[in-house]
Write a protein that binds this ligand. Sequence first.
Ligand SMILES: CC(C)(COP(=O)(O)OP(=O)(O)OC[C@H]1O[C@@H](n2cnc3c(N)ncnc32)[C@H](O)[C@@H]1OP(=O)(O)O)[C@@H](O)C(=O)NCCC(=O)NCCS
Length: 181
Amino acid sequence: MFRAMLGPGVELRLLEERHAGVLFALVDRERLYLRQWLSWVDLRSSEADILDFIRGVLAQFSSNQGFSAGIWADGSLAGVITLHKIDWRDRSGEIGYWLAREFHGHGIMTDAARAVTEHALVELELNRVEIRCAVDNVKSAAIPKRLGFKCDGVLRQASLREGQYRDLEVYSMLRSEYRRH
Ligand SMILES: CC(C)(COP(=O)(O)OP(=O)(O)OC[C@H]1O[C@@H](n2cnc3c(N)ncnc32)[C@H](O)[C@@H]1OP(=O)(O)O)[C@@H](O)C(=O)NCCC(=O)NCCS
């Protein structure tokens, strides 16, 4: 089982089928909030949908195409972080994340994104890791900024959410720029 400690009581654990119930309960509780920012929320409307999602990401993990990890705080599932869209030819990948509101404001996601960035650039030896955020998603963009990612620019109308096209900022870190802190 993949596991990484982020700090006292906070850890990343690879999502497994047995987490479908608790993950569905969290997504369902946070559905109205997450829908503002994430386009997949309405596609996961039952525990069976979440189980399909977990099976999909486990298949990605076993074929070396990234992973999704649950973020656990004092034994409770707090959110999810994903490394996906891995392109081995260009040696690049993208990080995505979300956190239930009660866990906001403690730096948990910044720590999780730092750990996944290190894993991608150091363990997997990718050359480039991206984080994409809607231009109005200030809290999300604060994470790559805090970690020293650079803003590459804006992709115009690159995302369709709640019936509206949204501009996305692209942040990246290169292997040559990565410093352990
Ligand atoms: C994006 C998201 C995970 C950010 O959550 P967050 O709680 O702001 O992020 P962190 O866990 O890194 O915490 C950072 C906050 O904790 C504070 N903090 C406290 N201790 C900290 C520490 N040791 N390190 C860093 N930040 C710390 C920071 O000041 C910041 O608070 P502020 O925004 O009031 O300045 C959350 O807003 C979310 O889930 N949004 C919905 C889904 C989404 O938008 N996903 C991204 C799509 S691109």
